[in-house]
Design a protein around this ligand. Structure first.
Ligand code: GCB
Length: 549
């Protein structure tokens, strides 16, 4: 099986595509001869949704959650210069205690995997797997925060190291041209940078912070951390980056491409960012899970602003009932999403923040997408999770994405967020085709939210659009014309309300979902098709967002 890739679409076989259970990966690898005496680590950037890993016959680690990294020190189990066998069993079942949740149902035709999120449950080893070596005395972590005082910048760092007794830590800050601009000693400290070159939206300027672990004059470990100096603050209903009001333009995205599913791919990464630039998007949300680390690294370098989301999607059994009525499950209950699920969710938040805390592009944590949020159960479930996120990162705002089923006045979770993130489909799922009625209803609800005095980001608004389908008359859902009319209506509403500080259209591109009567070959709300060709709406968005044209 190819790595990195989802296994689902590689075989032309429905049994492989829809398979749920254990999937075994195995390969032989040489441990480089030059690694004699080094600490050797096996690192998975992700395995969806959980994995257990062996080196030869020895079990070395297990991990729950499909989108964050895990690693093991395998020094004691391998020899430099030897070939080793790495075996991983990946399991892709979604259940009540996984994030995202799901359930295996018994049907007359056999067992079926069911879940409540609107994207295909791609699985496998989606990202790179590394074997790497360090000195036994080595850095294990660094946390960097930045601040501005007029034209001066401050970089505060805290390093952590292992087996490093009696070792000195030295840090060197270099600008993007490689010139040293500051230095410090000790594992923690603050570096002042007069006349700092700021990181800003559209301007991904990065310093390089090198940390050295010293044994006398010998550098025994060295780590380079990119640093963008910027601030993020909420002031009333404004979202400030570097003390200036910021307006988000862009999309909710997916990791979703033909053949490789959710597999990471350099070429698609670059191409998608070129399209973001082409269309004038300054931001995106990692809907609905943490993306590959390369994506966030690249966003740092490109000055693209990111809302970073956990994989907590589909915690809402009220969605998708439609004319078939209720789903037969209660979202929050001892037998469904419960305290044990919340522990897994809390761990997902901690792991996301641990991985991504040093990225300047990330300005906001989203701890869940469209959970049930209008009940007491939801309020109790979520309150501690906000506390956990704030404790893990006091430097960034925290929010969650609110669903249309918990409108203004009904939501009991928004009170905990620093920012309001709203997904709304007036003119699509409701008032379908009647944009006049949709506009009135949307304006009324949004004015309500605006009275809360917090910044509002519209994290989803969109209309399914079949590329090539046209209509001469207005109000014809699924056509390319209607997608534009729908977006124009939304923009009229946003432009009237000062508290709206961003618009992220749903979705960047068409993507794969489970099959169903609401989906035609997947979700078609993309501005681009799945193979990244523009629909007419892409040109319309470009004319709205590109101020330089
Ligand atoms: C939503 C969800 C997103 C769906 C979208 C839709 O609210 O957050 O995952 O794909 O609606 O198109 O229905």
């Amino acid at each position: 099986m190819a790595v990195p890739a989802s296994f689902n679409d590689i075989a032309a076989d429905a049994a492989v595509r829809d398979y749920f259970g254990d999937v075994w990966y195995q390969r032989m690898v040489w441990v480089p001869r030059g690694w004699e005496g080094q600490r050797i680590v096996l690192h998975f950037e992700s395995a969806t949704h959980r994995a257990t890993v062996w080196v030869n016959e020895i079990e070395v680690m297990s991990h729950e959650g499909g989108y964050t990294p895990f690693e093991a020190d395998i020094t004691d189990h391998v020899q430099a210069g030897e070939q080793i066998r790495i075996t991983a069993v990946i399991n892709n079942i979604l259940h009540w205690q996984s994030i995202p949740p799901g359930v295996i149902e018994d049907t007359p035709a056999g067992k079926r995997q069911r879940y409540w999120h609107d994207f295909f449950n791609y699985a496998g080893i989606h990202r790179n797997v590394w074997l790497y070596a360090t000195n036994s005395a080595h850095f294990t972590d660094v946390t960097v925060t930045t601040d501005l005082d007029g034209s001066d910048g401050a970089i505060t760092y805290a390093t952590e190291a292992e087996n490093a007794d009696a070792r000195e830590t030295k840090v060197i800050l270099r600008d993007a041209d490689g010139n040293q601009v500051a230095e410090g000693s000790g594992g923690t400290g603050t570096l002042n940078v007069p006349n700092v070159h700021k990181w800003a939206p559209g301007h991904g300027y990065l310093y390089d912070l090198e940390m050295q672990l010293l044994d006398g004059d010998t550098v025994v470990d060295s780590y380079h951390q990119s640093v963008g100096v910027r601030t993020v603050k909420i002031d009333g209903s404004q979202f400030l980056i570097n003390n200036e009001p910021f307006y988000f333009t862009g999309f909710g995205k997916h990791e979703d491409t033909p053949v490789i599913g959710k597999g990471y791919n350099d070429a698609y990464l670059l191409h998608d960012f070129e399209l973001l630039k082409w269309i004038g998007a300054n931001s995106f949300r990692t809907s609905h899970y943490p993306y590959a680390e390369d994506v966030i690294d690249y966003a740092d370098r490109q000055g693209i602003v990111v809302i970073d989301e956990t994989a907590a999607v589909g915690l809402n059994m009220g969605l998708g009932g439609g004319i078939f009525g209720s789903q037969g499950y209660q979202t929050f209950s001892p037998n469904t999403v419960n305290d044990a699920t919340r522990e897994v969710h809390a761990q997902a938040i901690r792991e996301l923040i641990a991985r991504d805390k040093n990225h300047p592009s990330i300005v906001l944590w989203s701890i869940a997408n469209e959970p049930e949020s209008d009940t007491e159960g939801a309020e109790k479930y979520f309150q501690p999770l906000f506390d956990i996120a704030r404790k893990a990162d006091p430097s960034r705002p925290v929010g969650f994405v609110n669903v249309m089923l918990a409108p203004y006045g009904k939501c009991r979770v928004s009170q905990f967020g620093d920012v309001l993130m709203l997904n709304r489909y007036y003119g699509w799922y409701v008032q379908t085709g009647d944009l006049e009625a949709a506009e009135l209803a949307w304006e009324e609800e949004l004015s309500g939210w605006a009275s809360e005095g917090k910044p509002i980001i519209i994290t989803e608004y969109g209309a399914d659009t079949y590329p090539g389908l046209h209509s001469i008359v207005e109000g014809n859902p699924w056509t390319e014309e209607y997608q534009i009319e729908y977006l124009e209506m939304n923009h009229r509403v946003f432009d009237q309300i000062d508290a709206v500080v961003g618009e992220q259209m749903w979705n960047f591109s068409d993507f794969t979902t489970t099959s169903g009567i609401m989906r035609v070959g997947g979700n078609k709300k993309g501005a681009f098709t799945r193979d990244r060709q523009p629909k007419a709406a892409a040109h319309y968005l470009r004319s709205r967002w590109r101020k330089d044209l």
